[in-house]
Design a protein around this ligand. Structure first.
Ligand code: 5AD
Ligand code: SF4
Length: 440
């Protein structure tokens, strides 16, 4: 019998991408085969994100468009999972308006997918399975990883910070850390398989260990991961400025495998807005922290997340953000238009900012950031950088792309046999988002 085919469409962060790798592992163990093509799929899964409205709306649009395919192929199973399904309201929208969806599950019960599929076959009715409190950590799911040389590893789940704009604490639940032993064993296994780069994932990795019940911090974890033979690079995300300890800075400085890159979301440069966001630091705290980190690790690349148009953001507040990005001189930034998320505290705040103002400020922020990125990249001109080769460029088959320890994307001409290896590249051309060079 021909194998059934599946496809997964993933929205959102690295955490979701990694969840999709786990789903893929489960499905392939059930005999399903991957396809890019929805038309030839027997099983389509949407792994959703609810952090911003546009990600949510895209899923509704896509599901709507699949009605016709489902009519043509009644045996096609359509499943929706991920953060949107952890949110009651979004779940209700799916259940009432997109009744052709067959299976709905959340972020805490991916391991149950085979049972859910069976249940669907047995009952032929929509199956809904959500773990509301999300407290359990299930350790026995493996992942069908996208790459063979770099891997995501979850170290903790959930978030306790309740930034007022953010829906994550309501969907992914309270913060809980995985036991270090499991994390270390997973990474040792990856190292044995030839993985070179590990990215440790959590909503707020700096508070790793707090739920373990014994004294073991994120810095301790980094030290233990650094000892694993075969692993060459360690990355992590995301860090919260309020929890970034001196112990961690010291560990980053001393541990040879920890990359010279820190992603440290600032969200806003205005104290007034930071307070309303419940971020628990001031711009001065943030700037002092950056200074301290750069003093200890002078060449570190720093990237950030910034939200434009948070409720009540005045022109003055926004100028404080522009001023802060000029002072920090970021290497990269993810910039977002504030998006109202029902159920969060900020959604009820007065003075929501009109879309035109948000867009205009957003553009000004980009105009300020891009020359800074370029300036930060210029430092690499004529330098030799070590690159982990990742893939063939999407725009040019002869060009490979990879990343430096600083997280800089490098383009260079080489044979694709080099994918997965570390190579030295001399940089001869610099842009805002990429470095270009040749292998030496
Ligand atoms: N609107 C816009 N951006 C948001 N983020 C989180 N919630 C919202 C929202 N409601 C951004 C933050 C966070 C990143 C992952 O997404 O900048 O760091
Ligand atoms: Fe959301 Fe804030 Fe938690 Fe990050 S730290 S997931 S922005 S609540």
């Amino acid at each position: 019998m021909k194998n059934k085919k599946y496809t997964i469409i993933t929205y959102g962060c690295q955490m979701n991408e990694h969840d999709s790798e786990k789903i893929s592992w489960i499905l392939e163990n059930m005999g399903y085969e991957w396809t890019e093509n929805k038309e030839e799929s027997d099983f389509i899964i949407y792994n959703t994100c609810i952090v911003r409205q546009n990600a949510e709306f895209k899923v509704y649009g896509q599901l709507g468009a699949l009605k016709a395919l489902k009519r043509r192929k009644p045996n096609l199973i359509l499943a929706v999972c991920g953060c949107m399904m952890q949110h009651e309201k979004a779940r209700k929208v799916i259940l009432t308006k997109y009744r052709h969806v067959d299976i709905i599950f959340g972020t805490g019960n991916i391991h149950k997918l085979p049972q859910l599929i069976n249940r669907y076959y047995q009952t032929n009715k929509t199956v809904v399975d959500i773990v509301e409190d999300n407290r359990e950590i299930v350790e026995d799911i493996e992942a069908n990883r996208k790459y063979t040389f770099k891997a995501y590893v979850n170290i903790m789940y959930g978030c306790n910070n309740f930034c007022t704009y953010c829906i994550v604490p309501y969907t992914r639940g309270r913060e809980r850390s995985r036991e270090p032993e499991y994390i270390i064993n997973e990474i040792k296994g990856l190292a044995k398989e030839g993985y070179k780069e590990i990215t440790l994932l959590g909503q707020n990795v700096n508070s790793y260990g707090k739920t373990l019940g014994y004294d073991y911090s994120f810095a301790d974890l980094l030290k233990d991961v650094n000892k694993i033979e075969g692993i060459k690079r360690i990355r992590f995300m995301t860090s919260h400025p309020k929890d970034l300890s001196d112990e961690l800075i010291e560990a980053m400085a001393k541990l040879d495998k920890v990359c010279e890159h820190l992603h440290l979301p600032v969200q806003s440069g205005s104290n007034n807005i930071l307070k309303k966001m419940n971020r628990k630091y001031t711009r001065e705290d943030y700037l002092r922290l950056i200074e301290k980190i750069r003093k200890r690790i002078p060449n570190i690349a720093i990237s950030t997340d910034i939200i434009v148009g948070f409720p009540g953001e005045t022109e003055e507040d926004f100028n404080e953000t522009l001023d802060l990005v000029k002072k920090v001189r970021y290497d990269a930034a993810f910039t977002f238009l504030y998006s109202i998320r029902e159920g969060t505290i900020a959604a009820k705040m007065e003075n929501q900012i009109p879309d035109e103002v948000k867009h205009e400020r957003f553009q000004r922020l980009l105009d300020t950031l891009y020359p800074i990125f370029y300036e930060q990249n210029i430092k690499f001109e004529n330098k030799i950088v070590e690159v982990l080769v990742e893939e063939v460029s999407k725009n040019n088959e002869e060009v490979l792309t990879g990343r430096t320890s600083h997280g800089k994307l490098v383009h260079f001409k080489a044979n694709k046999d080099l994918i997965g290896n570390m190579v030295n590249v001399k940089i001869d051309k610099v842009k805002s988002f990429t470095l270009e060079g040749y292998i030496i």
